[in-house]
Design a protein around this ligand. Structure first.
Ligand SMILES: [Fe+2]
Length: 237
């Protein structure tokens, strides 16, 4: 499958949306995942400069057939953030009407932030697979950072949004956040992700842009607590 897999990690403000001050400060990653043989590709968390992302795909001989959103925050799906308007799903739909795949629990939040309609969104439950050509992307519901946060497992790569970073995890003090749920997501829902998988986070918050899960489980503080109570004392903010 690896021969067919098209996988790009793009840093907002550097690899696209160059010169966008908010993008440079937020250091979001957008991922493009596709099937090189069929030319189909999806964008994960398209934001900041959606035409730029579509252009990147075109330069690579790929075409956009869908989008996946890890969660509703405007730096991942677009919308207003701290007085700034960030491009995202709504702008993408205007230039390429493709389905937007989200977890069921995230629907009202995504709609509030992006204005996406019922027909724009395809809702999923944990364990669903989205096919891009012949490339399967497994959706894992990992609530905690937000109610319908999800991670994507494709070709032993975990695209984790703000659920898990190389160091630390997403904050749980924003609307819909729940530290107890995040603990369960990290220790139970993501337990199926093998140690030799590679973590691809939603932000460049560490010197390295990705890391083996084995390393993350060994060195990331969020995996150190022996039980939920300890986790909540450390990260339940
Ligand atoms: Fe977030």
């Amino acid at each position: 499958m690896t021969d067919r897999l098209y996988f790009r990690q793009l840093l907002a403000g550097r690899d696209f949306a160059q010169g966008d001050m908010i993008a440079r400060q937020m250091v979001n990653f957008v991922y493009l995942v596709g099937d090189r043989e069929t030319g189909e590709a999806v964008a994960i968390d398209p934001a900041y400069d959606v035409q730029g992302l579509v252009d990147v795909l075109a330069e690579d001989g790929m075409r956009l057939t869908g989008a996946l959103a890890t969660h509703y925050h405007p730096d991942h799906v677009g919308g207003d953030m701290m007085g700034h308007s960030i491009q995202g799903v709504a702008d993408l739909l205007a230039i390429a009407p493709v389905p937007i795949h989200i977890q069921e629990e995230e629907k009202p939040w995504v709609q509030r932030v992006t204005g996406a309609s019922d027909t724009d969104l395809v809702t999923h439950v944990s364990g669903d697979t989205v096919m891009v050509g012949e490339i399967p992307i497994e959706l894992i519901h990992t609530p905690g950072h937000t109610p319908g946060s999800q991670c994507f497992l494709v070709d032993n790569r975990l695209v984790a949004g703000d659920t898990l970073f190389l160091e630390g995890c997403g904050r749980t003090d924003l609307p819909g956040g729940d530290a107890g749920q995040l603990y369960e997501s990290l220790t139970q829902k993501l337990a199926k992700v093998p140690d030799d998988a590679t973590l691809f986070p939603g932000h460049l918050y560490s010197p390295e842009p990705s890391a083996p899960m084995e390393e993350v489980r060994r060195f990331n503080m969020v995996f150190q607590p022996a039980d939920k109570d300890t986790f909540l004392r450390m990260f339940g903010r």
